[in-house]
Write a protein that binds this ligand. Structure first.
Ligand code: ZN
Length: 486
């Protein structure tokens, strides 16, 4: 998740609604942006894009929104065929595009042949599925693209059909122009990123020998409310996501005859212990870069704490100050928090069962088993059963900040916004990238979308994207692909 500092780009996503949701804009950046949105000296230079290409990309986005690619609706294969048609029209051989059914969804793979077969492919990913949207909740039909006041409205307008449309249009243009990459460029679109990520896992296996992955569903730029660029984030790592279930079962009985055990009391004590526990502080290249880039934009006690932390990343006082701030705690340690609770079966009966959900955002590289072991020790009560149902999430380490990737992204972003700061980031997870990182392919969220935080409605009602974001994103992908497929 991932635009205006796409929640892909920055941590602590306030929109996340399920384990496998990708997330766009995030509040950590607000700490970052809040102090800084004024006086950005960067001039907004929008690139010149052929009006016909702009119209084509806009048309693809509108058509894309029309496919109701929510889980269970079975429309992903039809959407994939539509994208195939667009690329074939641009000059791709139908043999170079494969749509493989996976359950009622599908994977989409388009192969743009390079001139040097010794080079490993560059894989560009995104997802064709969208989060459910109910007609009665929306002002407009979520699956009919509507252009109003300079915005395209519809489910997926941002997440992730914007980027798929831009990538498809940009790659189609390159094909038409006869561009020949040195390495193969492979578009690999998943079909259930928002839910089980079975298609993602399949693609990650298929392309585990890739040179690198670029993800259009993460990273991106933040605009101030005045439309000035604030920062661009490259997502190079993400925390793993886990929902642990705590369960206490008792024989129950009549509430007029309370005994020694009570499932609700036992569960409450376990949850309380977790609430007062903090996982040990951790850091990596991305989190240190995040704090370093945040510092110039901040003042007061937070800035002082970050300064001390950067001078000595073991400074316990600085870590304590920053951990108390919800904008930063996720960048410092694994976090586990109670998010749901359910217990008892009648007002006048002793509870037979009480269950809590403990949602963990696990620092890159830490295993689920380690977290489970820690939680078991913290709870210290064998009556509380701790389980981790499979959510499709995996543990992945952060990708190294490769110079070629950072240079390519810097070049593309600075062509639009000279001098804008480019911040590597670790997001709260979980995007498709985690599955590629888990099989050892470095993956980078490099969305071409710049947005205001106030325009961010991914996963929510009345999702929208500014029409004015299209040209910059087309130029962005054109530049990044040319730089990295050399
Ligand atoms: Zn997404």
């Amino acid at each position: 998740m991932h635009g205006a500092i796409a929640s892909h780009a920055f941590p602590e996503n306030r929109l996340v609604s399920s384990s496998s949701t990708s997330k766009r804009f995030v509040s950590a950046i607000l700490a970052f942006a809040g102090a800084s949105v004024v006086g950005c000296a960067v001039a907004a230079g929008q690139p010149k894009v052929d009006p016909a290409l702009h119209e084509q990309a806009l048309g693809i986005l509108q058509k894309s929104i029309g496919f109701r690619t929510v889980a269970g609706a079975g429309q992903v294969p039809a959407y994939a065929e539509y994208l195939q048609g667009v690329l074939v029209e641009a000059g791709f051989s139908p043999n170079d595009i494969t749509i493989e059914p996976v359950g009622d969804s599908a994977t989409f793979v388009a192969h743009y042949r390079g001139t040097d077969s010794r080079k490993k492919p560059l894989v560009v990913i995104g997802h064709m599925d969208v989060v459910e949207a109910k007609r009665e909740d929306w002002k407009r039909d979520p699956f009919t693209a509507v252009i109003e006041n300079g915005y395209v409205f519809g489910r997926g307008a941002v997440d992730n059909k914007f980027e798929l449309s831009i990538i498809t249009a940009a790659v189609g243009k390159l094909k038409r122009q006869g561009w020949k990459p040195r390495r193969d460029v492979i578009l690999a679109f998943s079909g259930d990123e928002e839910t089980a990520m079975v298609t993602t896992r399949k693609l990650a296996q298929q392309f585990k020998n890739a040179e690198l992955v670029l993800n259009g569903d993460a990273g991106g730029g933040l605009l101030s409310e005045e439309g000035q660029p604030v920062v661009y984030g490259v997502q190079a790592g993400e925390k793993s996501y886990a929902d642990f279930k705590l369960t206490v079962t008792n024989p129950g009985g009549h509430s007029s005859r309370p005994g020694k055990v009570n499932a609700i009391y036992q569960l409450s004590q376990a949850v309380n212990r977790i609430s007062s526990y903090q996982f040990p502080p951790m850091r990596n290249e991305l989190t240190l870069a995040f704090f370093k880039e945040s510092l110039p934009k901040l003042s007061g006690p937070t800035a002082a704490a970050i300064k001390s932390y950067l001078a000595n990343p073991d400074d316990a006082a600085a870590i304590a100050t920053l951990s108390a701030d919800s904008n930063y705690v996720g960048q410092l340690r694994t976090t586990c928090v109670a998010t749901q609770i359910d217990g008892g079966h009648a007002p006048n009966a002793l509870p037979q069962k009480a269950v809590a959900n403990i949602n963990c955002r696990i620092f890159p590289g830490v295993s689920f088993a380690e977290v489970q072991k820690t939680l078991t020790e913290v709870i210290a009560d064998p009556a509380v059963e701790l389980t981790l149902p499979d959510s499709g999430s995996v543990v992945s380490d952060a990708s190294p900040l490769r110079a070629d990737v950072m240079n390519a992204v810097t070049k593309a972003v600075h062509a639009r916004y000279p001098g804008l700061s480019i911040v590597p980031s670790m997001s709260a997870g979980a995007t498709d990238s985690m599955h590629f990182r888990a099989v050892g392919v470095p993956s980078y969220g490099v969305s071409g979308l710049f947005m205001k935080d106030s325009d961010e409605f991914a996963h929510g009602l009345d999702e929208r994207v500014p029409v004015s974001a299209i040209d910059g994103a087309l130029a962005h992908w054109d530049s990044v692909l040319k730089a990295l497929a050399k």
